[in-house]
Each structure stands twice: as structure tokens, then as C-alpha cells.
Design a protein around this ligand. Structure first.
Ligand code: ATP
Length: 832
């Protein structure tokens, strides 16, 4: 088995003794991080010191002579001596003034990241800090200079001063103020969409304040001209205090009659009459105080003033209380909102079938004629019109055997001679024959119409995939968690990419970023690039790929799949400790405080791996790709890792028996030949589809014909934009380092410890020498072990000289010819 690192020979002696890893090790990172942290603290000290000692050092610093920085005469007053004085002078005087403090602050963050104390996206912080520093430097120079005019340095530094002078020469002082204001708001809006609300409130404070006080007129008065409100006599003055937790529902009000509510929010005339249900309208989340005014002339108003949130009683929350409150798995992003349906496009006549009686009658006549010409008489014929296909359901006359019709299937299809005719003889569960005929005017099934359906909105599925509509116009949905892996095939241009996008979109509409992560593999580099924007929210990747989490490169795919194997093993270990059978049980235990967090338990998000152009990958990386995929497919279901793999070329070389056996869910778009259809569906049919999203879905029994929902790139961009405006994770989920990596275990030059050999080492050596076959999959099968462990065993065998190095997907060369030679070698190893 080809293994990435182990077959690489060290280039030089330094590398052989492990020098190569010196800049790549945790220890080095930690120490470098510590250095940065201390450097930043030193910088802060000297900068603070500069505030008081800068004046004294100024003349020395202004005319610094060569070599003076060595400071042999201890002339500098700065607490950090000469270096400190120069550093502070350069940062604060020459460059950015007071905002220079952001430089050591950023270095502290970088240090903490290197020491693995915090996980942050350093580039984002770098650009953010730079922007804030430059902006503040100019702002300070503009607005603080008049106040701190006599100070030793300009509050915005020479940089700020220079920018202010130049910009004011061009746009004048008001222009500069506008620029500064705009850049600040633009930056804050980029950081959080809430800025828009704050600005709106700031610009319309009256509306904001009045919306806090809600005026409603309830039915205590007879009808007036302006308001069509039923009221009853109520002369008594009463001022009632609501019970603390009470909900104010006026007595004698029939429950089902909604109370009309006049919204007087704008203090003007009555502008609208609402008839919503009373409790919903008069009761904000907070409790309400009700005042019934009895002034004879005044309208009987119920004035509700929203109270402040109730204060905590200051008592300590005891541990039982904490344990009885389930953990919210959506924390800390509980305010994240799933995308809304208005982001998706609507079409005229959206997915509703266009019933064209002329067309139906013509088809009917042709079908009857053709069947009669083959001697099949018909008792009844029924047409069901779908968005793109009409199903003609034929009940044959008494005595006609269905098997006869089945044998005539091809002839009938040929005689009807329309593209996309499929004959189902018989329709499962019925004694009828189905003939599917494409409509002249196919309708687009929009994603909106599918996601807006009750079926999707109310589904309890764990990973619902809303794929489209069936011939009978029903929304077609499947649960990826149950399938549990899906194989998608279809010739080019038949709707595969749209289908994958429909799958991803339906998951994005149902899942929170804490509940689901995608691993997207896109060898074509253009299919999934549109999802790059939401990678922090919804992607999982290896740490080295966190800038480019959508994988386009074959070697990265192998590493990522091996990493997923590692994650799968780790999740199984956690499940075992937790005594849970699957991810659902595990997460339920986690949420209900039944797991000991010190044992490494954490909420498990589902992981959906979507691989486009799987054929290309298999052709380039062969078994290296196939084995981890097969392993994940065999085992990962219980731990919430699911795969969707797509290919244009459904040949047996690509969809091998191993893959096929482990991917029970099949989604076939139109393919070019019957053989391809048989490869993907184990029957013909996919070659008779009409393309443009027409598909057959198979999961077990009979395939279902579905018109795939259409989702276009601008719609996906809208969804991504919406997601990005929500509070959410700041970086992709990190996958573990793959266990078969040369740096992380496995045996490689320089770190062999014979006592650490795999317990199967000797048995595996005998098996290989006896069979003279250096194959990892043979080891896997023989000892029923995983791919990673078998790979490590092979590396150990290579290291002691039993097999040669890996040669791509070919078996390794066996270097020991017979058992005697092997026994001698093993004895030597034992005695070492
Ligand atoms: N469900 C659908 N409804 C309507 N039209 C569709 C649908 N799916 C695909 N199409 C049409 O077919 C075209 C090609 O679809 P798509 O890009 O998904 O094909 P593909 O199989 O991924 O092709 P390739 O393998 O070359 O990328 C789309 O641009 C669109 O016009």
C-alpha cells in the first residue's frame, strides 16, 4: 500500500536524525510562542515607560549617534534602557502614536496561538488589528491633537499627523471626518450585522423608544368611529398589579375569539387594526402592568408598559439546578438563525404540473395502439401528471400476463419512440403497468417549493435531504443519517452538480453550525468554491488546510480521509466509554449531563463528506482513496460520518464492488449507456431518463423517479451571505492529524523501537513471507484490522527489511525469500 511519508528517504543526515521536524514540532511552536509573549510584554513596558520618560530621552533619540544604542554610559531614562527607548520612540513617536499599543497586543495573540492556548485565525486578527491601528492613528491625530498638543509625541504618531495633513489638503476637515466615520461604520458592519440595527436605532431614536411602550385598545368600549371594536361597560377604576409570573388574559373573553388590537405605536391616528390572538399581542416576554383608566372622556385604554427583565434573586445556583438544565448544544451561538426562504428564487407555475389535455389524449391513443399491435389489450388507463413526466398506469385486460408485457418492454419503448420513456412492469405493489412519458413542457421544481413544504418544515429526520418531487408531485425526502451513504452518478450536464447543491442546501436549511460540518472535496476546483464563504461555520478540515478548507488536491484528500478514519476511531472510543450505541444516544447523554467531561467528551456534530468527481480521484490515487472510503462507509454510520460521492463515469473500475457494497443509497441522473445504469442501479433505467435533473433514486427496493429541485448559484450565494451575517464559529472544525502520518506514529527511520512493534508483527511477517505478497489489504483481511493499523504494520515490516517500500497501489516487494531466513531475522530482532 502506498503510504505518503514512509517511503520517503531522508535527504541528508540532519533530516535522518529528525532535524527536519524541528520547525514543525509542538515544542518549537510552544517556545517560539513564549518568546513572542515575553517580547510583547517587554514592548508594553517600554511603551508605558516612554509616556513619562520620553521627554528626557527625546534629545538623545532625535540625534542618535552610531553605536549610542549600546548605551555604555547609561544615558537613557526609559525603563527598558536604550533598546526600550528606541523601540518605544519608533512605535509611538515615528509611527502610530498611542494606537501602537495594538502591536504588542497582536503579538500576544500570536504567541498564545503558537502556544496552543487559543485557537484564532491569525490572518483575520492581523488585518483587523492593522486596520484599527491605522484608523485610530489618523483619528487620534485629528481629534486628540488639540487636547494633547503639548505632549512629547502626537497621539496618532507621525503617521497619523501626516495622513491628517495630506487628507485635509485634499478633502478638507469635514471630508476627513466623513471618511473616518464611514470607514468605522463599514468596518463594524463587516464585523457584525448588528451594527446596521444600532445605526438604524441611532438615526430614529423616537421610533425605538416608542416601540418600547405598547398601546393597545381592548374591547372594553362600545364601537367607535375609528375602531371597529366591541366593548362592554366597564366603569370601575381599577389599577391592577400583575402577579409576578402571571399572564394577563382578560376574564370573560372567549378563548377562540381573537381580540382586535389597534396599534397606536406612532402616536397618531389609528393606523391599523390587528386581529391577532390576544395573549400573543398584549404579552411581551416580560411581565405587564395594566392600568384601566376610568376617565369618562378618555378611551378605555389598556396601557401596557414592558417591564425590565426580572432581576436575579442573587441566590447561588446550586449544582442540582445546573444538572437539571440540559446543555444547549447550540451554545454559544444560540442566536444563529437558519436561512430564510426569501433567499431562494420562485418560478412561475412553480413545479405545478401543466395539464395539457391534447398531449395526454395523443399519448393515450399512441400507447393503446402500440400495445394492441403487440396483442396486449387494455382494461383501463389512468394518467398522473408530474412536473416533468406523466405516468400512464395501464390495467391489462383479463388473461394478459404481465411477464408478456415485461418481455415486450424494449419494443414498446421503441414504438413509442420518445426520449425518456420508461416502462415499469408491473408497478410494485399493484397489478398494473406504468409507462412514464416526458411532458412537452417540463416545469422547474424550485428549491423554494420543496423547502417551503410542510413535509420538510416538520420533518424529524436527522439529516433531511429534500431532493425534489416525484411523478405524483409529492416532495421527495430521504434521511442521510439512515441511508447512510449516497452514490451519485450521471453523465456530464445531466444535473449532478445541481443535485449535490440541493443536498447541501437542504442540510444548511435544517442544521445549526454546531450540529453539522461538511468536508467538501472538489477536484474540479469550481463546483464547491461558492461555499468557501461559510467554511468557518460549516466545514471541517485538517489544521494545515484551514485557509482553504475545500479540498481540491489528491494528496490532501488522502490525508483528510485518513484523518476521518482517525476521528471515527476516536468517536467510537468515546461512544464506548459513554455506553452509547450511536451518535444520537451519545449526544442525548452529553446534553443531559450524563457524561464526564474530564474524559474528553464533547458534543459530536454530524460530518457529511461530499466528494465530486470521485472517478478522477480513484484514477489518480487508486486504493489509497478507496480503502479509507470503504472503511468509513462500513463503520462510520453510528458515529455520524456520512458520505455522498459523485461521479460522471459510473464504470466498475470506479464504482468497485467494495464501494458499491457500502453505499446503499444511489442517485442516478441520466447516464449514457445501459451498462452504466446497471453499474449504479443494478438495473437499466438511468439511460432512459431525460436529463436536466430527472433522476432515479434507489435505496433498497425499487427506484423512484424524481425531478430534482433546482438551486442556482446566485441562490447559494444569497444563503451563504445570510449565514455569514450570523454569529457563528470563527474557524473551521479541526480534524485530527491522520494517524498514518510519518510524524505521528508508524515506524520510520530514526524512531524505531523494537519493543513497540505491533502484536501482530510476527504473524504478519510469516503471512507475507509465506504468500510472497506484500499487500496491506491482505493483512487487513487476515487479521481483521483497520487500514491504519495494517499500514503501520507494513511500515514496521519495511523498516526491518521484510518488505520493500510502497509502490503506489501495487503490493510491496517481499525481500525475504523463505521461512528460515525470516526466523533468523526475527531471532536477531528479539535479541537486540
Ligand atoms: N433540477 C434541475 N432542474 C432544471 N434544470 C436543471 C436541473 N439540474 C440541472 N439542470 C440544467 O442542466 C444544466 C447542467 O446541470 P449540472 O451543472 O448540474 O450538470 P452536471 O451533471 O453537474 O454536469 P458536469 O458533470 O459537467 O458538471 C444546468 O445548468 C441546468 O440548466
Amino acid at each position: 500500500m502506498a503510504r505518503k511519508k514512509s517511503d520517503r528517504k531522508p535527504k541528508n543526515i540532519g533530516e535522518a536524525v529528525g532535524f527536519r521536524n524541528i520547525f514543525n514540532s509542538e515544542k518549537t511552536d510552544f517556545l517560539l510562542g513564549l518568546v513572542l509573549l515575553l517580547l510583547a510584554i517587554y514592548t508594553i513596558i517600554v511603551m508605558v515607560s516612554y509616556l513619562s520618560t520620553g521627554q528626557a530621552d527625546q534629545s538623545l533619540l532625535d540625534n542618535l549617534r552610531p553605536g549610542e544604542w549600546i548605551n555604555t554610559n547609561r544615558e537613557f531614562a526609559n525603563y527598558g534602557s536604550s533598546i526600550g527607548a528606541i523601540l518605544a520612540y519608533e512605535l509611538m513617536y515615528v509611527n502610530f502614536g498611542l494606537p501602537s499599543f495594538l502591536i504588542p497586543a497582536f503579538i500576544i495573540l500570536a504567541g498564545l496561538k503558537m502556544m496552543a492556548i487559543y485557537k484564532i485565525n491569525l490572518w483575520k486578527w492581523f488585518f483587523g488589528t492593522m486596520l484599527v491601528m491605522i484608523w485610530s492613528s489618523v483619528t487620534f491625530a485629528k481629534f486628540l491633537t488639540p487636547i494633547m498638543g503639548n505632549f512629547i509625541f502626537n497621539p496618532g504618531g507621525n503617521h497619523g499627523l501626516y495622513c491628517v495633513q495630506h487628507l485635509e489638503n485634499i478633502v478638507g476637515p469635514p471630508g476627513l471626518t466623513v471618511i473616518l466615520f464611514f470607514t468605522a461604520i463599514a468596518f463594524l458592519t463587516y464585523l457584525s450585522a448588528e451594527t446596521i440595527q444600532v445605526v438604524r436605532k441611532a438615526m430614529n431614536p423616537v421610533k425605538y423608544l416608542t416601540s418600547k411602550v405598547k398601546f393597545t385598545v381592548t374591547n372594553h368600549e362600545p364601537k367607535t368611529e375609528n375602531t371597529e371594536i366591541n366593548t362592554e361597560n366597564n366603569d370601575k377604576v381599577d389599577i391592577e398589579e400583575e402577579p409576578q409570573d402571571g399572564i394577563d388574559i382578560p376574564e370573560n373573553m372567549p378563548e377562540d375569539i381573537p381580540s382586535p388590537i389597534v396599534d397606536l405605536t406612532d402616536f397618531g391616528n389609528v393606523i391599523s387594526t390587528k386581529t391577532d390572538n390576544l395573549p400573543e399581542n398584549i404579552l411581551p416576554a416580560a411581565a405587564v402592568t395594566k392600568i384601566n383608566d376610568n376617565d369618562a372622556n378618555a378611551n378605555k385604554l389598556t396601557i401596557e408598559v414592558a417591564k425590565d427583565e426580572e432581576k436575579a434573586d442573587g441566590k447561588e445556583v446550586n449544582i442540582e439546578q445546573i444538572l437539571s438544565t440540559p446543555i444547549d448544544p447550540l451554545e454559544p451561538f444560540t442566536r444563529y438563525k437558519k436561512p430564510t426562504l426569501d433567499l431562494l428564487k420562485k418560478y412561475d407555475n412553480d413545479g405545478k404540473p401543466n395539464v395539457d389535455m391534447e398531449e395526454i389524449k395523443a399519448n393515450n391513443a399512441r400507447i393503446v395502439e402500440v400495445l394492441n399491435s403487440f396483442g396486449v389489450s387494455i382494461k383501463e388507463i389512468k394518467a398522473t401528471v408530474g412536473p416533468t413526466i406523466t405516468l400512464y398506469e395501464i390495467t391489462p385486460a383479463e388473461g394478459v400476463r404481465i411477464s408478456k408485457i415485461r418481455n415486450l418492454e424494449d419494443d414498446i419503448a421503441l414504438s413509442l419512440s420518445a426520449l425518456g420513456i420508461r416502462i415499469i412492469a408491473p408497478i410494485p405493489g399493484k397489478g398494473t403497468i406504468g409507462i412514464e412519458v416526458p411532458n412537452n413542457k417540463p416545469q422547474i421544481v424550485s428549491m423554494e417549493s420543496i423547502l417551503n413544504s410542510k413535509k420538510f418544515k416538520e420533518t424529524k429526520m436527522e439529516l433531511p435531504l429534500a431532493l425534489g418531487k416525484t411523478i405524483t408531485n409529492e416532495v421527495f425526502m430521504v434521511d442521510l443519517a439512515k441511508i447512510p451513504h449516497l452514490l451519485v452518478a450521471g453523465a456530464t450536464g445531466q444535473g449532478k452538480s445541481v443535485g449535490l447543491n440541493a443536498i447541501i442546501t437542504s442540510l444548511l436549511y435544517k442544521k445549526h453550525p454546531n450540529e453539522l460540518k461538511f468536508v467538501l472535496v472538489d477536484p474540479k476546483k469550481v463546483e464547491f468554491s461558492v461555499y468557501h464563504k461559510i467554511s468557518d461555520y460549516f466545514m471541517a478540515c485538517l489544521p494545515e488546510n484551514d485557509e482553504e478548507p475545500i479540498i481540491t488536491d489528491v494528496t490532501k484528500v488522502v490525508r483528510t480521509l485518513n484523518s476521518l478514519c482517525g476521528l471515527m476511531d476516536h468517536r467510537y472510543d468515546l461512544l464506548k466509554i459513554a455506553g452509547a450505541k450511536n451518535i444520537k444516544e451519545y449526544n442525548a447523554k452529553f446534553v443531559n449531563h450524563k457524561l464526564d467531561l474530564t474524559k474528553g467528551h464533547e458534543y459530536m456534530p454530524y460530518i457529511v463528506v461530499v466528494i465530486d468527481e470521485f472517478g478522477d480521484l480513484i484514477m489518480t490515487a487508486g486504493k489509497e482513496i478507496e480503502l479509507p472510503i470503504a472503511r468509513i462507509a462500513q463503520l462510520a454510520r453510528a458515529v455520524g460520518i456520512h458520505m455522498v460521492i459523485a461521479t460522471q463515469r459510473p464504470t466498475t473500475k470506479i464504482i468497485t464492488g467494495n464501494i458499491k457494497a457500502n453505499f446503499p443509497g444511489r442517485m442516478a441522473f441520466r447516464v449514457s449507456s445501459q451498462i452504466d445504469s446497471r453499474t449504479i442501479l443494478d438495473r437499466s433505467g438511468a439511460n432512459q431518463l431525460i436529463g436536466r435533473g430527472d433522476l432515479l433514486f434507489l435505496n433498497g427496493n425499487e427506484p423512484v423517479r424524481v425531478q430534482c429541485a433546482f438551486v442556482d448559484t446566485p441562490e447559494i450565494e444569497n444563503i451563504n451571505e445570510y449565514i455569514c451575517g450570523q454569529p457563528g464559529p470563527v474557524e473551521p472544525m479541526e480534524l485530527p492529524e491522520p494517524v498514518d502520518d510519518g510524524n505521528n506514529g508508524g515506524i520510520s527511520a530514526g524512531n524505531t523501537d523494537i519493543s513497540n512493534l505491533d502484536p501482530y508483527f510476527e504473524e504478519a511477517a510469516h503471512a507475507i513471507v509465506l504468500s510472497q505478497q506484500g499487500s496491506t489489504s491482505m493483512i487487513q483481511r487476515r487479521f481483521s484490522i483497520g487500514y491504519n493499523r495494517a499500514g503501520r504494520l507494513m511500515d514496521q515490516l519495511e523498516h526491518v527489511g521484510i518488505v520493500g517500500s510502497a509502490q503506489g497501489s501495487k503490493p510491496r516487494e517481499v525481500l525475504i525469500q523463505d521461512e528460515n531466513q525470516l526466523n533468523t531475522l526475527l531471532r536477531q530482532l528479539r535479541s537486540e
